[in-house]
Design a protein around this ligand. Structure first.
Ligand SMILES: C[S@@+](CC[C@H](N)C(=O)[O-])C[C@H]1O[C@@H](n2cnc3c(N)ncnc32)[C@H](O)[C@@H]1O
Length: 312
């Protein structure tokens, strides 16, 4: 059973023997014994925060992203894939961090615009600057419903949200928006008759065209009140098509949930029914940077397009 006690124990172990789960693969004394020892340590001391049924041998989107962000809820398979993609796109960790920073800026913007409740779909494994922390720091009592399908993200979110009356996580799939909207936990915290901050950040590229992600977003849009906002980021093949497609190929060879790069026009369509606020749909660092010093010389190297739109 997952618990905050397990969480603390896991962190304590991370300072010790279970460092093996973060250790680089393939380094050691050249005999291969180092790697074997790490594998052994992993098996011998599997962290107790792993929810039942999680396949630690196979990379997974939530945990690879956690690895890029420098988090501790990932395994060798996730680290291997994370490094393989970094070999193709050395900027990938910076892109992940920039995406996370965008989430914080967007939530602060929405809070300043009067939004008091947030639904964060594909919220991921909690990290620094989680939506409820940013929102509740901006506005005491801001309410947040997280949504994810990943067991590690769900378990870790439950642990950190224990005792927080105004934030919860539900196990639901973006491909089933009706379940999200009707879920009792979402209904308890979110008044869909009032403006909502709907965050769909770095997840739509995991939904194939055949599953019609535009219809899914439109279903959510139709259920939220005027004055609500859609906040979105999406990997694009616009600026670095060769690198992005190579990374896509490496990714899709290892994870069950395939990634799908899209063009600016395809990403723009998610905002149908929303008025894009300034500066529109832009490369990640260009969206309302806190300081001009935060904008890199070539923002197109951060090949995700982000934006926020207001429902009229
Ligand atoms: C790259 S992470 C993004 C996390 C966070 N939104 C951010 O941008 O920092 C993508 C998350 O979406 C989740 N996810 C992927 N497909 C999903 C789906 N169909 N429904 C709900 N969550 C999904 C994954 O489990 C993962 O936690």
């Amino acid at each position: 059973m997952y618990s905050i006690v397990n969480e603390k124990a896991a962190h304590a172990r991370e300072a010790g023997s279970e460092k093996a789960i973060h250790a680089p693969v393939g380094r050691g004394d050249g005999t291969g014994r180092g790697h074997a020892r790490k594998q052994e340590a992993l098996v011998a001391g599997e962290p107790s925060w792993i929810p039942p049924g999680v396949d630690t041998q196979r990379a997974n989107v939530a945990r690879v992203y956690d690895y890029w962000l420098g988090g501790s809820h990932n395994f060798l398979a996730d680290q291997d894939l994370g490094r393989a993609i970094a070999a193709v796109e050395p900027n990938v960790r910076a892109i992940a961090r920039a995406n996370r920073a965008f989430v914080g800026r967007a939530v602060r913007y929405l809070a300043a615009a009067g939004v008091r409740q947030f639904v964060d779909i594909g919220s991921g494994i909690p990290t620094q600057g989680n939506v409820h922390e940013v929102a509740q720091q901006a506005v005491a009592g801001a309410r947040v419903t997280y949504v994810d399908t990943d067991p590690v993200a769900i378990a870790h979110s439950k642990a950190i949200l224990a005792g927080n009356e105004n934030a919860t996580i539900i196990d639901a799939d973006l491909r089933d928006p009706e379940k999200i909207l009707g879920h009792p936990a979402a209904q308890r915290l979110i008044d869909f008759g009032q403006p909502v901050g709907l965050l769909i950040v770095a997840i739509l590229h995991f939904i194939s065209a055949a599953e019609d992600p535009w219809r899914l977003v439109a279903t959510l849009r139709d259920a939220i009140a005027p004055g609500s906002y859609l906040v979105l980021s999406h990997a694009t093949n616009e600026s670095k098509p060769t690198v992005a497609q190579a990374a896509e190929k490496v990714y899709n060879s290892s994870v069950a949930t395939h990634v799908q790069l899209r063009s600016r026009a395809e990403i723009r369509r998610f905002f149908d029914g929303f008025d894009l606020i300034d500066p529109g749909l832009v490369y990640i660092p260009l969206w309302r940077p806190d300081s001009s010093a935060d904008v890199p010389s070539d923002p197109t190297q951060f090949w995700g397009l982000v934006g926020a739109g207001r429902k009229a």
